[in-house]
Design a protein around this ligand. Structure first.
Ligand code: ADP
Ligand code: MG
Length: 689
């Protein structure tokens, strides 16, 4: 590997390249667009496009594409080459400002939740100049937003950008009140930690459930489960994969920073250095795509499903969210004396209030059929939203609420008890791994997200709900700054129920949360109706993030995605049960029966074979009967015309039958001969890399 600092960003059309390659005026105009969100002049776009094309061609690009994130879990791209035929039969390489700024894509191929029917089939992609273009695999990739003719968001980027504007508008009003009039822009930041599994590609191909659904639907637990894997030494094959991923990401300007083994066997994590929520989201999508590609080159498959294997931890994505000013000040930095840092306390209280008021939206931003398998399973936070603040900040808030003096904790240094080790200043917050949303020093770590999610929804929700509260705060304080103390006190009083520093996995928390009146939304299907709650429609409209019909569309898409996911899983189970498991079991039973016959002829009772045959037959009958019940339940689901009723049916009826079907198969796997079982087992999948 060549020098990392030379490698870093070498495939990115970043600010340094722009400064080198664009006329001064053009660069200035573009920077104004990037840093202040202003519209870009078409003549400027033309110059940028030309420079971009020349730069990309030098890096081997022949094509360009508008890269966007429709309302599904994959990114979309359509490639066009730069070539333009000339009259003399040759070609020249061309790329216009218009081609850079706007593209057209057939929106009918992507989920639109009814928006398409109301408007027209065409969708437009629009260049997002705040996220740098890059060259990947011979293509100049241009990050874009995707919307309908009428400007309705058909993607995950548009609402995120709108929410960044909202938080910028409202947070600036607050910092101004504290005398920071020189702040010109406030950005939300995000550090997205990505968990994933690696499995051997040849084993993967033999599992239809992994191929079709990304998770196993059958599988008896292996003798060895989750143990000493977390942050253990990384196996050479995995390390080689991680090295290649890092190198590729660095070239693309993604600051991949941390890599380690996670809790489950074959599970790992990658974390980048944080950046603005928009870029962090794009970089995370890029990271997932690079990981998938690099894994294949290593004969591996990278799994991003939230729960690929039962019985071991699933994979999440942690969204570390914060706010930063254009001068680099983190608005959630408590400083040395948080108790007197009024601006910090105000922002902190804004988050507490926002989260308390909009628990439903945070829960929704982490809802999918896949994540339902993971949340609340004593490995990930439950569906109850709360905020971990740690003792020190909680005590400070209590002293404000009760108007009592705050006595600072005196053990601010962490004593390691060994002279040769340095004493670290103790962080103001400890870690609480069970909290869905932990304040970790100067940012909030949202731990609910599933590994396959885009970070956009969660950041969009945080930006929007906090912007809305800040707007209320600004309305009050712009009238009279003296109202700050009572405002803090009232906010703490009204919303302190959202603070929880204890164990979120404990059963007592469920009871306690109910007593506090907190929501406990168990599943995606239970969460969906909250989306179009009038409170939420009004909030999104107030903050100019969504118009009501855009929210309705999204709620429809989550609903249909949910049903489609469970439907495919159920069909895959039927397919595996009928075409693989039952034939394997029948073949093995025949062997046993033959043994009984042969032994009986020589007057041996063959007791073991007889007993095994009995047990196998009972399970086999159970399995087969359950396939019939499952088929019936799928027919019933398909007959339902109301999308939401259909999703409910999948959750309430189909999923429990799938669990029963699996139970029979897993028992059978445990008693029939290993070589009679046609698919790789959990042991093979989890311990072979
Ligand atoms: P963990 O202890 O949760 O494993 P990591 O160190 O792996 O923590 O990840 C923490 C993430 O938080 C990193 O991506 C880091 O860049 C990010 N982060 C740090 N400061 C901020 C901030 N101000 N805003 C957003 N993200 C941040
Ligand atoms: Mg984390």
């Amino acid at each position: 590997m060549s020098h990392v600092s030379e490698l870093f960003g070498c495939m990115v059309f970043n600010d340094r390249v722009m400064r080198e390659r664009l006329p001064k005026d053009t660069h200035k105009a573009l920077m104004r667009t990037i840093t202040h969100g202003l519209a870009l002049d078409s003549s400027v776009a033309h110059i940028v496009a030309n420079a971009m094309k020349d730069w990309a061609i030098e890096r081997g690009a022949t094509h360009y594409c508008h890269w966007f994130h429709p309302l599904s879990n994959v990114t979309a791209e359509k490639h066009d080459s730069f070539i333009a035929p000339t009259e003399d039969g040759e070609v020249i390489m061309e790329f216009s400002g218009k081609e850079l700024i706007q593209g057209e894509s057939d929106a009918s191929a992507f989920p639109s939740g009814g928006l398409r029917a109301t408007f027209e089939a065409r969708g437009y992609t629009a260049w997002d100049p705040t996220s740098y273009a890059f060259v990947k695999d011979g293509t100049l990739v241009i990050p874009t937003a995707f919307c309908s003719h009428g400007g309705e968001a058909l993607d995950k980027k548009t609402p995120l950008l709108r929410s960044m504007e909202a938080i910028n508008r409202q947070a600036l009003r607050i910092t101004k009140l504290f005398g920071h009039g020189d702040d010109t822009r406030i950005l939300s930041t995000s550090g997205l930690e990505q968990e994933y599994f690696l499995v051997d590609e040849s084993q993967f191909r033999k599992r239809r459930d992994l191929c079709f659904c990304g998770r196993t639907l059958f599988g008896a637990p292996p003798p060895k489960g989750q143990g000493d894997h977390y942050a253990g030494s990384i196996k050479p094959r995995v390390l080689q994969f991680m090295r290649d991923v890092d190198e590729e990401l660095w070239k693309l300007g993604v600051s991949a920073k941390t890599r380690h083994n996670e809790a489950a066997p074959s599970q790992h994590e990658l974390a980048p250095v944080f950046t603005t929520t928009n870029i962090a989201t794009d970089h995370n999508l890029l990271t997932m795509s690079v990981m998938r590609d690099v894994a294949r080159r290593h004969g591996l498959v990278c799994l991003f499903h939230e729960k690929p294997f039962d019985g071991v931890n699933g994979s999440g994505k942690h969204n570390n969210w914060s706010l930063i000013t254009n001068t680099g000040v983190n608005l959630f930095d408590p400083g040395a004396t948080p108790q007197t840092n009024a601006q910090f306390l105000l922002f902190l209280c804004a988050v507490l209030k926002a989260v308390d008021l909009h628990q439903d939206l945070i829960r929704l931003s982490a809802s999918s059929a896949g994540n339902d398998c993971r949340l609340g399973g004593h490995e990930a936070p439950p569906g109850i939203i709360s905020v971990f603040l740690g003792d020190e900040l909680t005590t400070i808030l209590e002293s404000i609420e009760n108007e009592t003096a705050y006595v600072a904790h005196d053990t601010l240094r962490l004593e390691m008890g060994l002279d040769i080790l340095p004493n670290f200043p103790r962080e103001i917050t400890d870690r609480n791994r069970t909290s869905p949303m932990a304040f970790t020093g100067n940012k909030f770590e949202l731990r609910l997200l599933g590994a396959s999610f885009s970070g956009s929804e969660s950041s969009m929700v945080m930006n929007t709900i906090v912007a809305d509260v800040l707007s209320d705060f600004a309305n009050i304080l712009e009238g009279d700054k003296q109202l700050l103390t009572p405002l803090l006190r009232d906010t703490i009083k009204a919303h302190k129920r959202i603070i929880f520093n204890g164990n979120n996995y404990a059963d007592e928390w469920v009871t306690e949360a109910a007593a506090r009146g907190l929501l406990n939304i168990q599943s995606t299907v239970d969460a969906i109706p909250y989306y179009c709650d009038p409170k939420n429609l009004a909030l999104f409209l107030r903050q100019s993030v969504f118009r009501p019909h855009e929210v309705t569309a999204r709620s429809e898409i989550i609903t249909t995605n949910y049903s489609a996911t469970v439907h495919i899983e159920a069909l895959t189970m039927l397919d595996m049960a009928l075409q693989e498991i039952i034939p394997s079991v029948v073949r093995y039973s025949t062997e046993l029966a033959q043994s009984v016959q042969v032994k009986t002829q020589v007057s041996i009772t063959a007791q073991t074979e007889r007993e095994l045959l009995e047990r196998i037959d009972t399970e086999l009958t159970g399995l087969y009967e359950t396939t019939k019940t499952l088929e019936q339940a799928l027919h019933e689901a398909q007959a339902l015309s109301n999308q939401y009723h259909q999703a409910r049916h999948y959750r309430a009826t189909v999923l429990p039958i799938m669990v029963r079907l699996r139970a029979h198969a897993d028992v059978l796997e445990g008693i029939i001969a290993r070589d009679a079982w046609s698919m790789p087992t959990y042991g093979d999948l989890l311990f072979s890399v």
